[in-house]
Ligand binder design. Sequence first.
Ligand code: 5GP
Length: 203
Amino acid sequence: MSHTNTCHPGLLVFISGPSGVGKSTVCRKLAAELPAEFAVSATTRQAKPQDAQGKKYEFVDHPTFRKLLEAGELLEYAEKFGNWYGTLKKPVEDGVKAGRTILLEIEVQGAIQVHKLFPEALGVFILPPSEKDLLKRLRDRGRDDEATIQQRFMEAKQEIHMAEATGIYDLLVVNEDHGVDKTCETIKKAIRKFRGDEQQPLF
Ligand code: 5GP
């Protein structure tokens, strides 16, 4: 199936969720299954081995990030865990204009900015089954020391609270243990409904 669907205007979908919720796995699966593409983000954080198969980043230094920002080349931006992240604007605008579905995997501050610019965008927030479960998942990733895990856990709880309070998310979906397939189906159904083509087997 072509990524361009001439029967529909383009669609912007922003997906957020706390660290450890399984967001990257869900987003990778969605990108593979949907006629959709991921927006590229510029970030000042260091590249990690898992970036090779995940969302697309352009790794830049702080002065370059500031230049992108000052030149108006970022659709939105935010600081997270001491690093700066921002979505490159032009490919998103071009994609939406061309009728494509563009996915943004971004945190809540950036999502608020996107919602202001594109009130018609679809917002999805991925939740853990419970706080206890989230803490377990953060530990099971084996990436961080206990102090970092506690920090991420606290920030995750704040992010969930903020997401629920902003009201910008159209869909809050719980990613159950081993529930990636179900979570993706729920998101795809929401996208179909949002595009007004529930009856059509678009994907
Ligand atoms: P990570 O460093 O683990 O890839 O991402 C850290 C956090 O930054 C995640 O919540 C991710 O969704 C968010 N993020 C990644 N790219 C962007 C971006 O371009 N803009 C914003 N606002 N958040 C982003």
